[in-house]
Design a protein around this ligand. Structure first.
Ligand SMILES: C[S@@+](CC[C@H](N)C(=O)[O-])C[C@H]1O[C@@H](n2cnc3c(N)ncnc32)[C@H](O)[C@@H]1O
Length: 177
């Protein structure tokens, strides 16, 4: 596909509106002390309750061990272009981090699927606040979701710490809407 300059220009000022497809229910009512990634949330259970009219879209999902979940980080204070992330003491460009305080506060997590029941998807390894609006669910497919010769930038040697480092309130409203 050829993207023209005009299309790029039009895209920049565009407003995109999504309706949440459901809600994530988790044990975390506050950011303080919660995990910062699914690797730090092993065994932490939660569930997505899908909007009733979308239930048919869950057909066959129980055959997958993991799903990518895309969600609205609804409690962030505001987008920043440079942030000091949880795993470093130095600032980095927002697009080189997984910080929630993004220009578009969209989160992405790989969750384990424990089961599907009616319009509920039961999950483990949840790293999000209770009440988080869900934008999409996609199956994890190892052959697709892989990268050869990957490099990990400033996360190199630090990303393993996400299994033990916990969140504070630096990016999140104390009172979540
Ligand atoms: C570092 S982000 C990573 C989220 C996701 N795994 C990603 O990489 O996009 C996870 C942190 O975002 C914050 N958070 C989680 N759910 C949130 C929500 N609904 N609104 C605002 N902040 C949230 C918490 O501080 C949590 O520790």
């Amino acid at each position: 596909m050829v993207i023209t300059e005009l299309e790029i220009f039009e895209g920049v000022g565009m407003t995109v509106t999504f309706e949440p497809i459901g809600t994530l229910f988790t044990p975390f009512s506050a950011a303080e002390g919660m995990p910062i990634q699914p690797s730090g949330a092993r065994g932490v259970e939660g569930k997505i309750v899908l909007n009733e009219e979308l239930q048919d879209g869950l057909m066959d999902l129980e055959g997958f061990s993991h799903v990518w979940v895309i969600y609205h980080l609804h409690g962030v204070i505001g987008g920043k272009l440079k942030v000091t992330p949880f795993l470093d003491s130095k600032p980095h460009g927002i697009f080189a981090t997984r910080s929630p305080a993004r220009p578009n506060p969209i989160g992405l997590s790989l969750f384990r699927v424990l089961g599907v029941s009616g319009r509920e998807v039961h999950l483990s390894d949840v790293d999000v606040l209770d009440g988080t609006p869900v934008l999409d669910i996609k199956p994890f497919v190892a052959d697709f979701d892989t990268a050869d010769n990957a490099r990990f930038g400033w996360f190199e040697g630090k990303s393993h710490a996400a299994s033990s480092v916990v969140s504070d309130n630096r990016f999140v409203e104390r009172r979540i809407p």
